[in-house]
Design a protein around this ligand. Structure first.
Ligand SMILES: N[C@@H](CCC(=O)N[C@@H](CS)C(=O)NCC(=O)O)C(=O)O
Length: 273
């Protein structure tokens, strides 16, 4: 088993808060001054007047998460969009986590014991290993409701056909089989939704739908760019700006796969058809 060196921002902040507590035993927390979805920060002021910006991290032991290891770089997080969705949820909820990196090409015994399907992501909650990013993100929402990442039900399936349309087009060897057109119409539907309701899926509030879509669009951009020299058309301006916004979130940058891992990860699908 490889336990990643990568530590979540919340883990670091918990450690930092612990140090701060030792140095300045009585600091008080001021209420949040911003309701922006991109700012989960609070002001911490010591009696000496030290003011810091710190993420509001609940003090909890780091959650254990099994994730795919990089196939190109030792001890690095690999290229699984479902795992990134889970990590984004943990980051945005300021929950600390420890990664257990798994070589999916050579699955260890301990992993197959806790994951009979042999799939990542997997998270340990209340001493139970839970698979599947849908189930994991719902469980995290129930157990740690603040800050809420709930997507209103009428918006929950926005963009949900994009991933399968992307895979269909990526694997296609026939330029006239309609797979490109299918993908384009799914992307256009998302663009229309963002134009009406944006800038994010649920207005200006970051929600689970964005955390699910973001990693899939990231894979789409890299894999189609590499294997088909294809990119999202400029006419889908709302979608392009959405992708830029999501890809620049601090949580996204911290949890994204390396470009070369995304390329290598899709190679068997492209070659195998
Ligand atoms: N529906 C699952 C899909 C998980 C999944 O397919 N994970 C892939 C990696 S991205 C996996 O573990 N595949 C097993 C393998 O490659 O052997 C979820 O949402 O978590």
């Amino acid at each position: 088993m490889s336990t990643a060196k990568l530590t979540s921002s919340a883990t670091l902040l918990n450690q930092f808060a612990g140090n701060l507590n030792q140095q300045c035993p009585r600091f008080r927390t001021l209420p949040r001054s911003s309701s922006s979805p991109f700012e989960g920060s609070r002001r911490v002021t010591s009696r000496k007047g030290l003011t810091l910006m710190a993420k509001s991290a609940p003090v909890t032991d780091p959650l254990e998460v099994c994730a795919k290891v990089s196939t190109t770089t030792p001890n690095r997080l690999g290229d699984c969009p479902f795992t990134q969705r889970v990590l984004l949820t943990l980051e945005e909820k300021h929950l600390p986590y420890d990664l257990k990196l798994v070589d999916l090409g050579n699955k260890p015994e301990w992993f197959l014991k806790i994951s009979p399907e042999g799939k990542v992501p997997l998270i340990k909650l209340d001493d139970m290993w839970i698979p599947d990013s849908d189930v994991i993100t719902q469980s995290l929402e129930q157990k740690f409701p603040e800050p809420s990442l709930v997507t209103p039900p009428e918006k929950a399936s926005v963009g949900s056909k994009i991933f399968s349309a992307f895979v269909g087009f990526l694997k296609s060897k026939d330029p006239n089989d309609g797979t490109e057109q299918t993908l384009l119409s799914e992307l256009a539907a998302l663009n229309d939704h963002l134009k009406e309701n944006g800038p994010l899926v649920n207005g200006d509030k970051l929600s689970g739908a964005d955390l699910s879509l973001g990693p899939k669009l990231y894979h789409l951009e890299i894999a189609l760019g590499h294997y088909k020299n294809w990119s999202v058309p400029d006419t889908l301006a709302h979608l392009k700006s959405y992708m830029k916004t999501i890809f620049s979130l601090e949580s996204f940058v911290r949890t994204r796969a390396l470009t070369e891992d995304v390329i290598e990860g899709w190679r068997p699908k492209v070659m195998g058809g």
